[in-house]
Design a protein around this ligand. Sequence first.
Ligand SMILES: Cc1ncc(COP(=O)(O)O)c(C=O)c1O
Length: 271
Amino acid sequence: MSTNETMINRYERAFMNTFGAPQLALTRGEGAYVWDADGKRYLDLLGGIAVNALGHAHPAIVGAVQAQVGTLGHISNFFTSTPQVELGEKIQDVFAQSGYERPVKVFLTNSGTEAVESALKIVRLHKPGGRILALTHAFHGRTFGALTLTDKPAIKDQFAPLAGTVEFVEPTARDLDAAFAGGNVAAIFMEPIQGEAGVMPLPDGLLSHARALCDAAGALLVIDEIQTGIGRTGQWLASRGVQADVVTLAKGLGGGFPIGACVGAGAAGEL
Ligand SMILES: Cc1ncc(COP(=O)(O)O)c(C=O)c1O
């Protein structure tokens, strides 16, 4: 029996069957390559599902992580540290460079789905009881709030009741117009490119159209850049040119280290 098979069998005995059996047991990575437990090398075109923006074992990430764990570990939210402050300021720079005119403020999380949960809390504070819209085929994560915003019956229906009501709208200007015409919209959540839906870019101009509808309705435009952000489309934000009220980031932000962020612009960063 190969080492791959051994590890997969042990995995299946130790872990819940949440994702099905792993296809391989990986032992190490370097740049764009990974090696399995049988010593076979693979060109990694998956990148941890759009996470490993700098590849595997990048010396800058290895050096930063090693230096930090050898200096100061977890410190709770009673304190701050230089790397935390520098990351917050760096994210502010990214938004300024991406054309944001309003100042932005950052809330750090451990994952993308938690960044979406934070965005949902901001929306609830912004307009309690307001209608929340998301797009058909959307994927925003697997915790309860994010799952409520996700339009995939196969991964959500069995967990009902979820976290409130979300209305799913086809990604066309006409359908957005009709949804906003119903009134009392608190927010719309949009991915610039719907990654989990099969890498489907939004129609040209739809984000700007949503921006105008949100302005008229006093609603928040929430752009989920967890998969598209931090350089993955050749620019810091795939939504460049449209200024959201809330942006969620993760994946490439940590390059494999668990870091996410919920970024609020203007009043949405002060709630
Ligand atoms: C657009 C989008 N939002 C949210 C998430 C959830 O992020 P995480 O897996 O870090 O919780 C994902 C993950 O694939 C995603 O693609």
